[in-house]
Design a binder for this molecule. Sequence first.
Ligand code: ZN
Length: 322
Amino acid sequence: MSLVTTTEMFKKAYDGGYAVGAFNVNNMEIVQGITEAAGELKSPVILQVSKGARAYANHTYLVKLVEAAVEENPEIPIALHLDHGDTFELCKSCIDGGFTSVMIDASSKSFEDNIALTKQVVEYAHANGVVVEAELGTLAGIEDEVVVEAGKESYTRPEEVEEFVDKTGCDSLAIAIGTSHGAYKFTADQCTRNADGILVPPPLRFDVLEECIKRLPGFPIVLHGSSSVPQEFVKMVNEHGGKMPDAVGIPEEQLRQAAKLAVCKINIDSDIRLAMTGNIRKYFDEHPDHFDPRQYLKPARQAVKDMVAHKIKYVLGSDGKA
Ligand SMILES: [Zn+2]
C-alpha cells in the first residue's frame, strides 16, 4: 500500500465510532515507534509534520522516512499530513512534495479571511488529490511558533461551522472545545487538585462538540492538543534530573468519549516528547558511562511504541481497523 489520504480512514472511523491517531514525527526513532505499534495492532495511522519539524529535519528526510515506514508496514493505511500550515505557500510546497493531507490553520484570522485562505488551499489541494483540514476557534498553549496565552483561546462557535465548511469545501474541521497544545495545558488556577496533588483540568466542552455534530452530520471533526501528559512520564522526568512541575493533559476517558462521536482524528505530540525524554533521562541517570546514541535511543523508541499502542487500544479504539 502506498500513502493514502484520510478520506476513507475518516469515513470508516466515523461509522465505526473510533478515531485515527495523528502523531507528530521529527526523526527516525519516532517514525519507527509509531508505525511499529500501528503495524502490529493493524491500525490506520496519520503521521504529521509541522513547520518546525520541516525546519528541524528537512522536508525530504521526513518524506523518505515516512515512505520507508509505508514500505515496512504494507498492511496498514498511512497518511502524511502537514500540521498547522499557516500560509498557502507552505501548504502548496507539501502538496507538491508528496503529502496526502494538509492543514491550513487560519484560525487566528477573521472568519472571512479564514474562509478565503482555506478555500484557496482547498482548490489547489483537491486539484492534486490531497485533502484539507481547517480550523475554527483557537486553542490555548504553545505549538512551534503558534503561541496562544491561557485565557486568550476561544471555543468554536457552532453557529459558524456550516457556513465555513460550505464555503471552503474543507474535508475535516479542527474545533476548539477545551483541548490545548503542549505539556502545560492549564494553569493551576484553571484546575482542581486530586488527592495525590495532581492537577485535574476542566472538562472538555462536549456541548460544543454535540452542537457541531448536529450541524455537520457525517463530517469528520479533529481534536488538536490531545496529549494526556501521563504522570508516569512526568514523574520519570522529575526523578531523573528534570523539572516539569504541574505538567497536565487531557484525561484519556474524555478523548475516548470524543472518539466514539464524530471526532475522527486526535492529535498527539507532547506524549511522544515526554515518553522519549523521560526514558532518555532515566537511561543517562542509570548509565552515566554510556555514550552510544543507539543505547539510549533504543528504549526511547520502545517507549514511543508502547505509548502509541496504549493510545490505539484504549483511547482511539482503532486497533484492527486497518
Ligand atoms: Zn495543533
